[in-house]
Design a protein around this ligand. Structure first.
Ligand code: MG
Length: 391
């Protein structure tokens, strides 16, 4: 019985948020600042792009990739055209498509994608041979190389110890996985990777790059710095990567199989000009001018109160005498009109007056309007006279 009132309350809350729309979001959260081009809860911030999610894989069947994934191998012979031997000059790979999987043929050498990519979310499934042969690094060894420059180790470590930084799911030669979450050999291991390349400004490292890896849904690497990419025996040193490179898969002498390979390119980080929340002062200033411009273009298409509020809103991103004058001139004219209205007609404007007052207060509090903004006192007097400041 006590639960029954809960649902109507939740529903009412949801409806009020939707009904409030953009008017409630402007002049609401903390404004843009020197390193954040958007306000908190800013409706001017672009909506996230829609992606239709895919489905998970089962042992019997690979899942469906999300709608924006770039498919690198889908089980068909046709997708073999996306791969070539990792050799120069270019030649076809001797790896084979068998029973819907892409299989390493020992001695054929690495394969690489024709396509080149940089930062990405990569999904790839692998299966070590069901027939167990060899031990340590000799059992079911292959490798997944984003940009061809750093290896996420593929190895049959099911009841097969090896050096920790060469374990399945390791960033090879850099960092062991946090856990061994492998299925038995012969079954499919589902590997999800988030790769960020190192960023350099000349010789200066801005971001070491990172790998995050989930093995069968278990987190085994979290933002592991690349330290230059690792390798066999030698300790690698931080270094710049190019913008893009092919994905490579390793031939380490074992017939490891792959399936359901796809990736999604990732947006730029703030350090390389991306629009994430915390940006450099220069990038923030540029972005704020861009946002202000777009709001003013929208304001120009509107009229009356909505236009004035949009012009005022634009001042939160970049000062502009034209926008200030247009908004102030409308507010002054409208307030003069309000004062001449009979009480009944004025009551009908209460919502508008409170909305304009809220906007002016917000802008003054955050120093986007001058401390002596004449309309402020007029609004205050009007509100007090009508008793609108009391509940
Ligand atoms: Mg390997």
């Amino acid at each position: 019985m006590r639960m029954t009132p809960f649902f109507p309350v939740r529903l009412a809350l949801a409806v009020s948020v939707v009904a409030a729309g953009r008017a409630a979001a402007a002049f609401y959260g903390d404004p843009p600042d020197a390193t954040h081009p958007w306000a908190i809860h800013d409706d001017n911030r672009p909506q996230p792009p829609r992606v239709e999610p895919g489905t998970p894989s089962s042992q019997e069947k690979p899942g469906i990739p999300p709608s924006d994934a770039v498919i690198l191998f889908d089980g068909t012979e046709a997708s073999l055209a996306k791969w070539i031997a990792d050799k120069a000059p270019e030649e076809a790979t001797k790896w084979v498509v068998k029973d819907g999987s892409f299989q390493c043929v020992p001695g054929a050498g690495y394969v690489r994608t024709r396509e080149e990519m940089g930062d990405m979310q990569l999904h790839i499934e692998w299966s070590a041979p069901a027939k167990v042969e060899g031990s340590s690094q000799g059992r079911g060894n292959s490798g997944i190389f984003p940009m061809g420059l750093v290896e996420v180790q593929v190895l049959d470590n099911y009841n097969n110890p090896t050096y920790a930084d060469g374990f399945a799911g390791s960033v090879y030669g850099v960092n062991p996985p946090m856990a061994n979450a492998l299925h038995a050999p012969g079954t499919w291991q589902v590997c999800d990777i988030v790769f960020r390349r190192p960023l350099f400004d000349g010789d200066k490292e801005i971001d070491p790059g990172s790998l995050t890896v989930f093995m069968n849904g278990v987190l085994v690497q979290q933002d592991t710095p690349l330290e230059g990419g690792g390798g066999h025996r030698g300790r690698s040193k931080p270094r710049a990567f190019p913008e893009k490179g092919p994905l490579k898969l390793q031939d380490h002498g074992n017939p490891v199989r792959y399936r359901n390979i796809w990736y999604r390119p990732l947006p730029k980080r703030a350090a390389e000009g991306g629009d994430t929340s915390h940006m450099s002062a220069e990038a923030t200033a540029r972005k704020k001018v861009e946002i202000a411009q777009s709001i003013r273009e929208d304001a120009a298409k509107q009229t009356g109160k909505n236009q004035a509020l949009r012009y005022l809103e634009s001042l939160c991103y970049a000062a502009d005498a034209g926008a200030m004058t247009a908004a102030t001139s409308w507010i002054n004219g409208w307030l003069a009109e309000c004062k001449s209205l009979p009480v009944n007609a004025l009551e009908e404007r209460k919502g508008d007056v409170m909305q304009v007052n809220n906007a002016v207060n917000y802008l003054m509090k955050n120093s986007f309007l001058p401390a002596a903004y004449p309309a402020r006192a007029e609004l205050e007097t009007l509100i007090k006279t009508r008793g609108w400041d009391k509940k």
